[in-house]
Design a protein around this ligand. Structure first.
Ligand SMILES: [Fe+2]
Ligand SMILES: [Fe+2]
Length: 177
């Protein structure tokens, strides 16, 4: 069933928040093994990376390359969004270096990363997505939704060790309205 991009993004935000919540519960338990934490962290990392990248390739790029579609506020949001994605990605990469033991710096980075992600998601949901629904038509949002899912799933598949099938990424074209 086709879905509008903002609805898919909201559902994915919930998914990410629930993975982070699960991770923080696991880390607060005394009897948890480090490998359980690291496995769940790897799952969170894949979801966050796939979501951020697919978001950039669809709605961020569309507004950035077609400034007439959005407004100056949306454009500034996107530039801040890229920076926040980048910061989160750098923290995830540093945390990903930990292979066996959950260290104190890992715990500290996780806390900072969770706060960053929750704040980023909140701003996206309150400031950005409502404007996206206003400036784009339903048909455009459906097309972007399909494109987002294709990108996200290709990244998730690639991260889980499968080869990405060769396909053209950008078949979605803008409709004027
Ligand atoms: Fe984002
Ligand atoms: Fe997002």
């Amino acid at each position: 069933m086709s879905q509008l991009l903002p609805d898919i993004l909201l559902a994915d935000h919930e998914q990410i928040k629930s993975h982070l919540e699960e991770l923080s519960v696991l880390m607060s338990k005394d009897e948890t093994f480090d490998h359980e934490i690291l496995e769940l962290f790897a799952k969170c990392k894949s979801w966050i990376c796939a979501h951020s990248k697919a978001e950039e390739l669809t709605i961020y790029e569309l507004i950035e390359q077609n400034p007439d579609k959005g407004n100056s506020h949306m454009l500034s949001f996107i530039y801040e969004g890229y920076e926040e994605h980048d910061l989160i990605s750098r923290l995830l990469t540093e945390m990903g270096q930990v292979e066996e033991e959950v260290t104190a710096p890992f715990r500290a980075k996780l806390k900072v990363m969770c706060n960053l992600i929750l704040k980023h998601i909140e701003t996206e949901e309150i400031d950005f997505l409502p404007q996206v629904r206003t400036v784009l038509s339903e048909q455009e949002l459906l097309g972007l939704g399909t494109m987002y899912l294709r990108e996200r799933d290709a990244i998730l598949k690639k991260r889980s060790g499968f080869q990405r099938p060769a396909s053209s990424i950008y078949s979605f074209s803008l409709n004027s309205h």
